[in-house]
Design a binder for this molecule. Structure first.
Ligand code: PEP
Ligand code: MG
Length: 747
């Protein structure tokens, strides 16, 4: 095969006078790669891929051979966005035979997606007679060709343009996940989308490297200034500190030499600095698609965000077009620094196609109080700058080009809410208590030490879930015992005597010990969380020691995540007790509990309840395992309901078995999943008998307000009868909501 530089040099000549016809390009690639076939399939409206140019297949098939996305090797490549490298393509289960192409003689096949700004515009295919796997270098070359083709296809698509014109007037609703509650209505602005094509090839790598170097420095300076001058709102309050930690972590990623080195390598192969950055961003995007772990995805997403900043630096500072006040920002992905920039420009709401609620952008958006939704896939394919949009951060949806009535309804809702919120402020000083006098302990879920200060802003009674792994992920490494102890001690100090429930590290296999991590098909059900802790007892013991040191004689509560068997709990507790024997002063009280996230524990309750001091239901994971539904998959969001017979039956059985009534074990039970912060869920949980709930800070005041209006004694028999009379229904949400509304509850 030719060296990449030679192929690029030839491509440069061919494209010197603007874009070359596709047919010329495929001929050139076939010759240079010594392949018998090179073809391009372009995406057409309706998820179709059409053969648009070929060297080596029958020319009469051009425009005739069409595959659906997902059909055949080509369709599969487009659907997954992954390179298919097949020595024996015709025996691959996905192979779709198309007689008109005359491709029978060609055994091996390399299919590479043509992607631009996260969208698949087509597929480039190379085929050979001999059954052979294509080398990494060959794949690399075809990927470079795919980048060039992306510009050619994008230009051709822009010239057609017909389809976008039609879609642009139709109202659309994109369902996703709520990131930050609240409603915002405004004009759409697009983040880093549809960049102008850049010069792709360059003769002088040294000059490009020098440009890269300058741009990287420029970017770093810009970040320093941005962080130093972060808005006042961020400098105060607990979330502000949390966001600052996130920004600092981000700055460290920016300075990391690894990814810049990769860009330099690509420049050496003959690409311009811009094209090399885009290429590396594309690689990151592909890696991100394969990673299910939300935190790791966020780190990669930060890098992608930085790539965007680097591209802007390479382009020279161009003034950002004016942003209409209260604009709605739509982004495929968004890093924390980008979000700060946009906030400074005056946006009012955010929708991100690929964002998880625990991600950096979501943490920052929460701190800035920007209503936000994530997982609204497909919105960028139809949204245009200047469209009107509603971000509904409660329902987790984006309404694009809303109908007049929809818009009016949202405006009315916003007005009603500001009136409601004004009324909530006095609740800060009050505990959670129902109208008929039943106390419900409302606690906070936090992930960073600084968030503990939210106890004061919300009036929560303590920290019901301290996710210790978040701080480690924000700093990118596991802290040593002294650092961990200092950070946990700060949390206990800030809580000033209010309870703090520390959860031990809940990391996924690939986040913690990459050298040891096995490749897993299903990391959520894999070597994660307590399983790692028990297999790496030194690591868990260090954390337990740090917790005991931090307590310094004060009361300490520790719980273990992802416990699946009583034996696991016993093993973890034994490690804690062993450390507790060594650390002085001993805590005045040591409470050791378990999270209930794995359904198997429900069939070990009698034994378990004899061993634990408390149980905290992790409903996020419990629902994922109960319904076999990946919690991070946007397509499954809201498919299964906590307000359903199986979940409510399970929780009731737990409460009865653990409860203090006759025959019960007398073990306190709480629930700390995100569900606790949603009014209808909180209502049903309290109705079932929960007297302790732990939730994100944004939920505390609304749930206090709900409880204050709730006549629990009246609701309990209603809940029982709803459960009895709706057997077989997928969800009990509607009848519960009807009762709540009829009784004037703020749900
Ligand atoms: C849960 O699973 O409900 C939980 C609280 O833990 P996390 O969301 O951190 O997995
Ligand atoms: Mg969990």
């Amino acid at each position: 095969m030719a060296t990449p530089r030679r192929l690029l040099a030839r491509l440069r000549e061919t494209m010197a006078h603007g874009t070359a016809p596709l047919q010329e390009l495929v001929q050139l690639v076939a010759v240079e790669l010594v392949s018998e076939v090179c073809s391009v399939y372009a995406a057409r409206p309706g998820e179709i891929l059409e053969l648009t140019a070929t060297e080596g297949l029958n020319q009469t098939a051009i425009g005739r051979t069409r595959l659906r996305v997902g059909e055949g090797i080509v369709g599969l490549c487009a659907a997954t966005g992954q390179v298919m490298n097949l020595p024996d393509a015709q025996n691959h289960p996905a192979f779709a035979y198309r007689p008109e192409t005359g491709e029978e003689p060609f055994a091996s096949m390399l299919a590479v997606p043509v992607r631009r700004a996260g969208r698949t515009l087509g597929v480039v295919v190379v085929q050979n007679r001999n059954p052979r796997g294509y080398s990494e270098e060959e794949v690399d070359e075809v990927e470079t060709v795919a980048m060039l083709l992306a510009e050619v296809l994008a230009t051709a698509g822009a010239a057609d343009g017909a389809e976008e014109g039609v879609a642009a007037t139709v109202p659309r609703v994109f369902a996703g996940a709520p990131l930050v509650p609240g409603i915002a209505i405004g004009t759409v602005v697009l983040h880093g989308h549809r960049r102008r094509p850049v010069r792709l090839l360059a003769d002088n790598p040294d000059a490009e490297l020098a440009r890269l170097h300058d741009a990287a420095q420029h970017m770093q300076r810009g970040l320093d200034e941005l962080i130093a001058g972060a808005p006042d709102g961020l400098a105060s309050g607990a979330d502000g500190h949390a966001s600052r930690e996130v920004l600092e972590a981000y700055r460290l990623i920016a300075a990391d030499a690894g990814w810049l080195r990769r860009v330099a390598e690509v420049i050496h192969s003959g690409l311009s600095a811009e094209a090399a950055v885009q290429r590396v961003a594309g690689e990151l995007h592909d890696r991100m698609r394969r990673i299910t772990d939300p935190y790791l995805r966020e780190r990669l997403s930060d890098l992608e965000d930085l790539a965007g900043r680097l591209l802007s630096a390479l382009a020279g500072d161009q003034p950002r077009p004016a942003v209409p006040p209260g604009a709605i920002l739509l982004a495929r992905r968004l890093g924390p620094a980008e979000l700060l920039d946009w906030h400074a420009a005056g946006i009012g709401g955010v929708a991100i196609e690929e964002a998880s609620p625990g991600g950096h952008a979501a943490i920052l958006a929460r701190a800035l109080g920007l209503p936000s939704v994530g997982g609204t896939r497909g919105m960028l394919d139809t949204a245009e700058p200047g469209d009107e949009a509603v971000v509904d951060g409660d329902e987790g949806q984006l309404v694009l080009r809303p109908e007049v009535e929809v818009r009016t309804t949202y405006f009315r809702e916003m007005a009603a809410r500001s009136a409601l919120e004004a009324g909530w402020a006095p609740l800060r000083e009050q505990p959670g208590i129902t109208a008929d006098g039943i106390r419900v302990k409302l606690m906070l879920n936090v992930g960073l030490t600084m968030e503990v200060a939210q106890l004061d802003t919300t009036g929560a009674e303590g920290i019901g879930l301290y996710r210790t792994e978040i701080g480690m992920l924000a700093r990118g490494a596991i802290a040593d015992v002294a650092e961990q102890a200092a950070s946990y001690a700060r949390a206990l100090d800030a809580a000033a005597g209010r309870p703090v429930l520390f959860r031990t590290l809940d990391l996924g296999a690939d986040k913690l010990l990459p050298g040891d991590a096995p490749q897993e098909e299903n990391p959520a059900m894999g070597w994660r969380s307590l399983r790692i802790g028990l297999d790496r007892p030194a690591l868990l013991r260090r954390q337990l020691r740090a917790l005991l040191l931090a307590a310094g004689g004060r009361a300490l509560s520790v719980m273990f995540p992802m416990v699946a068997t009583v034996a696991e709990f016993r093993a973890a507790r034994a490690l804690l007790l062993a450390e507790a024997r060594r650390v002085r002063p001993a805590p005045e009280r040591l409470s050791i509990g378990t999270m209930l996230e794995v359904p198997a524990l429900m069939w070990q309750l009698d034994e378990l309840l004899r061993e634990v001091d408390f149980v905290s239901v992790g409903s996020n994971d419990l629902l994922q395992f109960l319904f076999a539904a990946d919690r991070s998959s946007p397509s499954l969001f809201n498919r299964y309901d906590l307000l359903s017979q199986p979940v409510l039956n399970l929780l009731e059985h737990l409460l009865v078995t653990a409860g203090g009534a006759k025959g019960g074990a007398g073990v306190p039970v709480s629930l700390c999943g995100e569900a606790a912060s949603r009014p209808l869920e909180a209502l049903a949980l309290v109705g079932l008998g929960f007297t302790s709930l732990s939730m994100p800070a944004s939920g505390i005041l609304p749930i206090k307000a709900l409880l204050a209006e709730l006549d629990l004694a009246a609701f309990r028999p209603v809940l029982t009868s709803i459960r009895r009379n709706t057997s077989g229904a997928a969800s009990l949400r509607e009848p519960i909501a009807v009762w709540a509304r009829e009784h004037g509850l703020p749900v």
